[in-house]
Design a protein around this ligand. Sequence first.
Ligand code: PGA
Length: 252
Amino acid sequence: MFLVANWKMNMTRDRIGKYLDALDGRRLSSVLTGTRHEVVLAPTHVYLEYLSGEASRRDLPVRVFAQDVSTRTEGAFTGEVSVRNILDVGAVGSILGHSERRQYFRETDAEVARKTGLCLKGGAVPLVCFGESREEREAGKTLEILRKQVSGVAEEAAKASKNGLDTPVYLAYEPVWAIGSGANASCADIREVILAVREDFSWPAPPRILYGGSVNLENIASLAALEHLSGFLVGSAWLDPEVFLNSILALS
Ligand code: PGA
């Protein structure tokens, strides 16, 4: 399983240090022994370098992802952070198109697809979030919305593969109504979405699909039993390193 802690805009250097103290190289390694789980931590851009440096200094088996990248490659774009920038400071991929970016910063499907293409081209792993709002679900538009959100991403994956690039694409199904709400999607909802996403596009290779939205210690093991589910993207619950470690144990 691909296990991604999305710290959002929550951590400081001091708190990151304490989080890593709690994970402790040996403790995390022993929790991961015999499993095929991969662990990813996603801080804000300013802590990417600190986190990746500390992770390697402490011998922690974690990878570092950014939470977003620019639609531009380089140049006069004040305040933007490029794919090259995040790779340069130790990140290996980026979350893209999180619903908070779509909702609060008006990010469009076209921009998310463009960012996906730039990641693939630059050698950073894209983890693309998609998901419907409560109104869209209630109006029976879930699959229609998801197809709109994912189609540009699938095109970018096909383009990259045609160009001989083999960086994998990860997707995260995150229904907007489930994020931070305490109400997770049901296994049946997630299964339907996974099948639609796998089957409705011509992926060069089946994308790995994660679930996110109110994942916690109580529900993670039953969600993990879903066929074709490749991991979790978790916000609130994994701000606590003990819950993070216990979640990995619950999956083992
Ligand atoms: P949550 O957030 O785990 O707090 O619901 C998930 C996310 O936003 O990625």
